[in-house]
Structures are given as structure tokens and as C-alpha cells.
Design a binder for this molecule. Structure first.
Ligand code: UDX
Ligand code: UDX
Ligand code: ADP
Length: 480
């Protein structure tokens, strides 16, 4: 029986291993983590993450060929194939701070592998890492244990949150990079055999190590770039009277361009896009490619610009000040159907409004109060390091409240900002919301949730990203 051990029971490791166990009954899969709570949750009825279909997969395999454990050393030492799926946040201090990936967790995992291995291992990079990480890991492994052959493979994961199980069951492609030596090819084949249990052969791509590592960064950078491109056009649409959704539809009809990832928004969020682009920028700079680095930096700059532009629209529409005014914020998660708030644009928008001294009342169907308060109190690059948390600023504590539903959030508010595309925001009784708000009542839609015409008919003044402005906003000075 082939034995697989996965180090890191997070968003990527957990679902990926559940699917491998489900599709490969002949393989024993053990997921290990340093977090006792996380492992306890994976062993309980309340899994630590929600993905549709994940519960079923775990229930079918747990205790048979899928196990969750904190005994890292034992399971690493017994495994033939070790996946490493630990977190790789952006460095917050020292060389490359704010750009380079923090590989501390990866290095620790590699050192454990070196310490406990007594037989040859295939070590698989699952977390997104900078190009050439495999080389560094190889050095740690070979310099720390003698007589053992390690083959490092890069097998980046392309799943998106909310559709993790579908993405794993029917991936567009599985990418495996390895050394171009006989041992390297053998290791690639061993991993290919695992995926071949359910993925058609023509969807399993094999490349050299560096191509696989770089492809993951490039894929995320391209996706984010499409969003920044359409968001840049959204600003131009507002200035000219075009509608960005009509433009995106027309542009996306070109089969060379395609329709996906062209939805204008208040900005992209999530744990991957910004981090991976920063990574790309950093490795470009390290290789002396400053023009390339600057090109990719623009994708993040447009994303920041879009969030600032939104805040400026709110403030300028409301007589140039939101000081002391209640603003309802609907949605805090980085996209619908998740409680994940990592890098959500809502953080920057709320902070922008708080800087202008607004009072904000936030409602999100899934993000927790604790998480929201922590996000607003944390400095930009500190999210993954709870120990470095800054104390919540006294102003923010007083000025942020969490509401149980959208109606409570909107009660007596001057303005309403929609920052996540939750379906339930489409179904709200906006007449009721209008009746309970201060007048004039403003709606600022960052996610194409409402029909501006319907809301204008109720009496709202509406700003919707990339859509034609109503006369109220048109008469204001242009927002840069
Ligand atoms: C282009 C658009 O394709 C067309 O829709 C529009 O109406 C007019 O402009 P054209 O200029 O004829 O058409 O050529 P196209 O085939 O798009 O190529 C333009 C340039 O891009 C060429 O120099 C081509 O070599 C280059 N190219 C194209 C690449 O370098 N890489 C590619 O992947 C595609
Ligand atoms: C992304 C990639 O899609 C996935 O392949 C990779 O493995 C991890 O990163 P994820 O972060 O889960 O997945 O979410 P995704 O659905 O890609 O959305 C990212 C952000 O872009 C969200 O904030 C979303 O609202 C925004 N977005 C997406 C847009 O603003 N417009 C779009 O058209 C699409
Ligand atoms: P991702 O989105 O990449 O899956 P997560 O942050 O969700 O990232 O999960 C990473 C997991 O890796 C966390 O549960 C963390 O506790 C775990 N982890 C980090 N370092 C180690 C390590 N050295 N050994 C075992 N688990 C680790």
C-alpha cells in the first residue's frame, strides 16, 4: 500500500487529501498539522473549513484510508510520498519584507522530514512557493540526512475557495514538475499514478521543476491581471457614460479573450492573488528584471486604486465628509459563500471610511465578529501572525459594530456599501431599508449586486462601480 502524508491541514491540504483518499482506496493518506485544534476539528463533525461536498468525502474515508494526526514525525517517517501544504505568507520584516514569501513554515517542515526519514521519499510542494524553492528544500534535505534519496516535485494546486471539491474532482489540469533525471522521472510517474485514478491522462501535465513553480505564480497573476484590467476600464466607463458590464460582455465574446474573470468589482481579495504577484515582483527584481517587476506591480496598484476610488466616491457623494455618519457595510468576506476574509477589499474600504471618522456597522453572513475586528486592527502584512497583533485602536473599537442582519446594519444609516457579492443581498427589501435610513439615502455597490434603476426609483442615490452615474454624482468633481 502506498502511504501518503500531507504536512499542513489547511484550505489546500485538507480537501486535496480527502479527494485523494476518496478516489484511491488503495492508498493510505494521513494529514498532519502542528495545530492540535485543527486536527481535532478534522476528526470531529465540525470540520475546520466549509466546502460543499467536503463533509461527505471526509465521512466516507475517515478511519479507513484517511487519517488526521498531530504525530508528524511518525507519519512523515512512514510515508512514501510527502505533500507539504503549509502556509507561505508574505514576509513582514527583514529582507524582502512586504514582497518575498516567508518560507519559515516550509523550512521547518523540511527539517522535520530530514530528521525523521529512514527511507527514500518523494517530497511534493503543494503550497505556492517562489521559483527555485525546490532547490533550497533539496539542499536542506540532502545536507541533513545521509544515504536517503529525496525527489522533490512541484505540484501546485489551482483550486478556488467555494468550489474546491469540484476543482479537485474535475481539474482543468494537474501540473507536476520534477527533475529531468531517471530518478526524477520515476518520481513524477509515481505521483502521476496517484492522480490517474480519476484525472484523464491528457490533463496531467509534466514539466521541469521551475516551469511548474512559475506556472502557478503566472496563472494567479494572469487571473488578477484580468480583474485589474476590467477595473481600470470601470473607472473609464464612469467617466464616459459606458457600462463596464456591457463592455466586459462584448470584450469577452472574442474567443481569444473569453468571458471569465472579467467582472468589475471593488477589487480582488483572497489569500493568493496579491501574495503571488508580490512573489513574482520580488523574483523579477532579484533577477534584475525591473521592467517586468514594474509591469506586475501595476496589477496590485490598480487593485489598491479601485478600493481608494470607492472610498473617495462614498465620501465625496456624502457632502465630502462621513465624519460621525453611520455607514452600513454589507459583506466582509473576500467573495461570496465563504467566511474567509484574508486580503478582502472590505478591510481597506472600512479602514478608509474609519480614517474619515465614519461609524460603521458591518453585516456578513459568514465572517465572524472576532475575525472582522482583528482584520481592522491589524496592519497590512500582519494577518498571518496573530502574535504580532497590534492592539485595537480605541477609535476603531468605538466606531465599528457588527450587525446580525442587513436591516439592522442599515437602520438610521446615511449610506450603505455592498462589498461582497452574497446572493442574499440581491433579495433584500430595499424599500424597507430606504424607509429606515437617513435621507438622502445612498447606496454604493461594489459588486454588481443591485439594479441601480430599481433603487433610484425607490429614492436612493446610487453609485455602482463601472455603471453610468446619476446626476448627483455627475455634478461632483471627478474622482481620481
Ligand atoms: C488585430 C486584432 O486581432 C483584430 O481583432 C483587430 O480587428 C485588428 O488588430 P491584426 O493586427 O491583423 O489584428 O493581427 P493579430 O493577429 O491580432 O496580431 C497582432 C500582432 O500580435 C502580430 O504582430 C502578432 O505577431 C502578435 N501576436 C499575436 C503575438 O506576438 N502573440 C500572440 O499570441 C498573438
Ligand atoms: C484563486 C484562484 O482562482 C485559484 O485558482 C488559486 O488556486 C487560488 O486563488 P480564490 O482566491 O479562492 O482562488 O478566489 P477567486 O474566485 O479566484 O477570487 C479571487 C478574488 O477575485 C475575489 O475577491 C473575487 O471577488 C475577485 N474577482 C474574481 C473579481 O473581482 N472579478 C472576477 O471576475 C473574478
Ligand atoms: P493553505 O491555504 O495554503 O492551505 P492554511 O493556512 O490554510 O494554508 O494551512 C496551512 C496549515 O499548515 C496550518 O494549519 C498550519 O498549522 C500548518 N503548518 C504550518 N507549519 C507546519 C509544520 N511545520 N508542520 C505541520 N503543520 C504546519
Amino acid at each position: 500500500m502506498v502511504k501518503i502524508c500531507c504536512i499542513g491541514a489547511g484550505y489546500v491540504g485538507g480537501p486535496t487529501m480527502a479527494v485523494i483518499a476518496l478516489k484511491c482506496p488503495s492508498i493510505e493518506v494521513v494529514v498532519v498539522d502542528i495545530s492540535v485544534n485543527r486536527i481535532a476539528a478534522w476528526n470531529s463533525d465540525q470540520l475546520p473549513i466549509y466546502e460543499s461536498g467536503l463533509d461527505d468525502a471526509v465521512k466516507q474515508c475517515r478511519g479507513k484510508n484517511l487519517f488526521f494526526s498531530t504525530d508528524i514525525e511518525k507519519h512523515v517517517s512512514e510515508a512514501d510520498i510527502i505533500f507539504v501544504s503549509v502556509n507561505t505568507p508574505t514576509k513582514t520584516r527583514g529582507l524582502g519584507a512586504g514582497k518575498a514569501a516567508d518560507l519559515t513554515y516550509w523550512e521547518n517542515a523540511a527539517r522535520v522530514i530530514a530528521d525523521v526519514s529512514k527511507s527514500d521519499k518523494i517530497v511534493v510542494e503543494k503550497s505556492t512557493v517562489p521559483v527555485k524553492t525546490a532547490e533550497a528544500i533539496e539542499k536542506i534535505l540532502t545536507h541533513n540526512s545521509e544515504g536517503i534519496n529525496y525527489q522533490i516535485l512541484s505540484n501546485p494546486e489551482f483550486l478556488a475557495e467555494g468550489t474546491a471539491m469540484q476543482d479537485l474532482f474535475k481539474p482543468d489540469r494537474v501540473l507536476i514538475g520534477g527533475r529531468e533525471t531517471p530518478e526524477g522521472r520515476k518520481a513524477v510517474q509515481a505521483l502521476k499514478d496517484v492522480y490517474a485514478h480519476w484525472v484523464p491522462e491528457d490533463r496531467i501535465l509534466t514539466t521541469n521543476l521551475w516551469s511548474a513553480e512559475l506556472s502557478k505564480l503566472a496563472a494567479n497573476a494572469f487571473l488578477a491581471q484580468r480583474i485589474s484590467s476590467i477595473n481600470a476600464i470601470s473607472a473609464l466607463c464612469e467617466a464616459t457614460g459606458a457600462n463596464v458590464f456591457e463592455v466586459a460582455y462584448a470584450v469577452g465574446k472574442d474567443s481569444r479573450i473569453g468571458p471569465k474573470f472579467l467582472t468589475a468589482s471593488v477589487g480582488f481579495g483572497g489569500s493568493c492573488f496579491q501574495k503571488d504577484i508580490l512573489n513574482l515582483v520580488y523574483i523579477s527584481e532579484c533577477n534584475g528584471l525591473s521592467v517586468v517587476a514594474n509591469y506586475w506591480k501595476q496589477v496590485i496598484q490598480i487593485n489598491d486604486y479601485q478600493k481608494n476610488r470607492f472610498v473617495n466616491r462614498v465620501v465625496s457623494s456624502m457632502f465630502n465628509t462621513v465624519s460621525g455618519k453611520k455607514i452600513a457595510v454589507l459583506g466582509f468576506a473576500f467573495k461570496k459563500d465563504t467566511g474567509d476574509t484574508r486580503e478582502t477589499p472590505a478591510i481597506d474600504v472600512c479602514k478608509g471610511l474609519l480614517r474619515d471618522n465614519a461609524t460603521i456597522s458591518i453585516y456578513d453572513p459568514q465572517a465572524t465578529e472576532d475575525q472582522i475586528q482583528r482584520d481592522l486592527a491589524t496592519n497590512k502584512f500582519d494577518w498571518n501572525h496573530p502574535v504580532h497583533l497590534q492592539p485595537m485602536s480605541p477609535t476603531a473599537v468605538k466606531q465599528v459594530s457588527i450587525a446580525w442582519d442587513a436591516y439592522e446594519a442599515a437602520k438610521a444609516a446615511h449610506g450603505l456599501c455592498i462589498l461582497t457579492d452574497w446572493d442574499e443581498f440581491k433579495e433584500l427589501d430595499y424599500q424597507r431599508i430606504y424607509d429606515d435610513m437617513q435621507k438622502p439615502a445612498f447606496v454604493f455597490d461594489g459588486c454588481d449586486v443591485v439594479d441601480p434603476e430599481k433603487l433610484r426609483a425607490i429614492g436612493f442615490i446610487v453609485y455602482a462601480i463601472g455603471k453610468p452615474l446619476d446626476s448627483w454624482l455627475k455634478d461632483l468633481p471627478a474622482v481620481a
